[in-house]
Design a protein. Sequence first.
Length: 710
Amino acid sequence: MLGPLPFLLLYLGLYEWLVTKLTTFDEKHCHKWALLLDEKRNKINQIKRAATENNFDKALSLLSEVISGSTKGKNSDPGLIGSLLYHMAMVSKMEMETNLLSKEFRLSFSDHTTVKKFYDIFISDTIELSSKFLSLDISKINPVFDVPLSSSEKISLFELLFDKTKKVKTLFNNHDKQGIIELETLFEDWAYQIILMRLRQEYETITGLLLSTEIEKKHGLSQLKKAMKKVQKLFGEETVSIALDVTLRVGLGREKLRTIMLSDHYIKYKMNIDHLDGRMEFFNCPIFGSHKYISDTFGLNDSVSALFCKYFCYSHAKAMLETVFPFPFTLWHPKRMATHGKCDFYLKLAHSPLADQNQKFVPLVMSWNITRKCNLKCSHCYINATTKEITNELTTSEGKNLIDQISEVSRPLLILSGGEPLLRDDVFELIKYGVSKGLKMGVGSNGSLIDRKIAKKLKKAGATTISISLDSSKPELHDEFRGVVGSWAKAVNAIKVLRENNLLVQVNTTVTKQNYDDIDAIMSLAENLGVENFHLFFLVPTGRGVKMTDISPLEYEEMLKTTFAKTSKHNLNVKPSCAPQFMRIASNEGLDMRQWIRGCIAGLYYCRVYPDGEITPCPYLPIKLGNIREKSFKEIWFTSGFFNDLRNVKFLKGKCGACEYNSLCGGCRARAYGLTSDFISYCGDLHEPSELKGDYLAEDPWCTYTPKKC
């Protein structure tokens, strides 16, 4: 997370002083694009020097940073791709503000003379600033913005730039110094398109403010406020949908969207995992910069600009965060640029107004096995699912009551699993009810029952993410693992129809001896199918999994390292599951850790609900902690001694207790229990706490790391 930024603020001050001498528009808010391109120009010069000295590996590495940015460490850089995507998204945002207000008031904007006046001033700033890093004659720019760019046109523009980038990379790979000449043209092409998009954005920003001012004069501020409030949800969803569509189609994952959307703002961004909350403080805002300059020129007050902050900027930020955050959250906007001179957002994960907000540990994600019934015969099934009819499962009414009880503790991501959850007729009703209570609803399926009709029903019910199990790139091997011929083809088809309905798809792959060498091919297949999230599950000796031969601890370690190394090759958001040591590896690799909370979150931020209402720490740790038919979920979650043990790293034993990474990792408590016990049931039954023979606080026997204290 970003902490205090004294150097950055000093740098900002120097830059502000410099551009004050050059620009008419508010330099701090309006012209960060120039600073970013100037930074890229300096890196381009470094690439040229490296290639001149025949250090082509360095040249390629720097070129990748310039174009694609860097996701390592805390200060993620979106690169030229991110900058162009950001300005495209902002153009769409400003276009939609104007269009929605025009439609709402049935008013066409007419004061184009005033728009041109302010726009010409901005062009003058642009010419002055860009001359420092661009040899193109920007003064000849005379763009016509009457017709908005379609998503297809934006994609075509990226494809052209990607082709030119590939050409330079090929030259450098071949140690051909012609790449130095081509590099200059490449940078100018990227910079030129970013500048054009920034000009489009400014044109729409000016138009939107002047239209809003015109509406305020004719209809009053209260009517303008009422209209913005009415359309704000649609505005947020539509603008982010357009941005996400283009982002995914140019080959970037949605986790990159947050970095992209914030790329033109200096921000102080900090999450506090102890309180499950965070703040985003914006140091500049290009929209407000324009509004302030125009308002000052006309002697207007900030009331209209303040409405943009309160309704449009807030809803855009909320929709963007909902797109990239896996967990539900509540967002507040305590300080707004137009009112306070600073933009400050505050968010709290899984916030429920019914819950005690002083609790440190609450569920962020839960899985609920709504049935043990299944139409496949997977050899590793932890719950020992069956094709037979099951009795004693929670009824629809009891299921809704469970959701009500969960809401009294938090509002998590609730994943409906099985068995095969789609074998329950009320699955769509349960999804819809969970959404109505503020939960984010997901489904974990084998995909065999998902066709276009079911995909549409899942979308309509409000499901946001669907996990599909895919264990091989080869149909016959997946079918063998899943126990039913044709299951691979159905899983692949499920992914396709889910993507057609714009549902977020996650592929779950269980690592075994049989597919150990197939993971890269599975990732490629998932990526080609439009999958964004890829979760690599490691076998835990529970249920039918006790009879399977697992890969060795050394193979686990190697798999984690090679999978992370492959993330640069694949546009997938990769997360290992049931291998919490991935946090240690990711930390040592310098990866951006903000996307994860902890290695093992069982009992801290996660638990499982068994079909009959029993609560367990996770699906692979089958220990009964209480049944919601007998106790409230709130009582079980907060008073269980087992849960409280898991929440205190001081109770961990062996290497895990001594490890300097134990608060980051925690070790797999299910594997510790399963491999220190002779009481694991092949039938997938749950264990009474009084009958435990394994030690869930023992060291993780599949971790190869030796702590420094040992």
